[in-house]
Design a binder for this molecule. Sequence first.
Ligand code: EPS
Length: 375
Amino acid sequence: MLRYMTSGESHGECLTAILDGMPSGLKVSESAINEELRRRMQGYGRGARMKIESDKAEVLSGLRRSVTIGSPITVMIRNADRSIDRLPVVLNPRPGHADLTGAIKYGLGDIRSVLERASARETAARVSVGAICKLLLSEFGIRITSHVTGIGSVGSRPSMSLSFDKIASLAAKSPVRCADPAASKLMCREIDRAARDCDTLGGTFEVVVTGVPPGLGSYAQWDRRLDSILAGAVMSIQAVKGVGIGAGFELAGIRGSAAHDEIFYSKAKGFFRKTNRSGGIEGGMSNGEDIVIAAAMKPISTLRKPLASVNIKTKKALKATVERSDTCAVPAAGVVAENAVAIEIADAMIIKFGGDSTGEMLRNYKGYKEQVRRS
Ligand code: EPS
């Protein structure tokens, strides 16, 4: 039901996104989009580009007096650095980046034409779409946060016992968005060490969604399974190499009796679980518990001490090109993933509750909540 596309090069005029299928009657403020863009730019270990830019969204269509009217919404983010046509030709592909295969695939003699679009800067446009989707979700009491659980060799204590609000407030206070203050300090030092060695770091993060009603997605068809939709959205973020739902890969190594979340009932809560190893999704559907998505990001592939490569013109062995980049962007990737997830949850909500107007959705949602309460 919801569709979107982004366009724009990292050092071109601007990034844009068109979001189609957003219901009418939703108040959208540019400041709410800008707050998400600001969060994406944060994080210990980011590079010089984040000091140059102060990403701001301009909504060009789809709103009247700041309210959606059911027509496609266009968002534009102007680049401060628009040097695309003055930047030097790139001939030495960076291992791990889109550079080499992109140049071969599109028949491009200058790798610059590949990296301008492959750059993770594109995620600013995606975040602007996600920010609008977050506004829709907040009408239904659905909130999304993220936190970093590992950077390089430093891991944090498992957070499964922390509440959504605790994770959100602790992550917001940490320069690496880690909910464990002691691990947060160690992560910053790990980033300092990598930067000193002209190296980069990856890590792991979790996205948590609270307030989701049971029954989004479906077991009835493979492409309607919510877990696969969310995994695809998070996997599509630049440098993400692994995604798990709930305890994910850990579930493979424990017995069924220890893996599954037992079912309880009380008059006040209805059906509930005391554990959430399934990450809020069973049978491809949300089950009403918090949705938890874990992801692993590889280290950024632009190294200031570059790896071995081959010049695509002369075929001579050389070192890869050094581009300005980040030492670590895991905290930002978590924010991007929140927004990528927001888009898919908003889509699932529109599919379940109808998508022409926000009022219609709220009416249908209320009726369904009653059905759930009586179940
Ligand atoms: C990014 C902008 C880029 C990079 C980074 C993310 O800006 P520049 O290339 O001018 O420094 O900092 O991109 C990458 C990590 C990448 O692999 O391309 C941004 O806005 O997030």
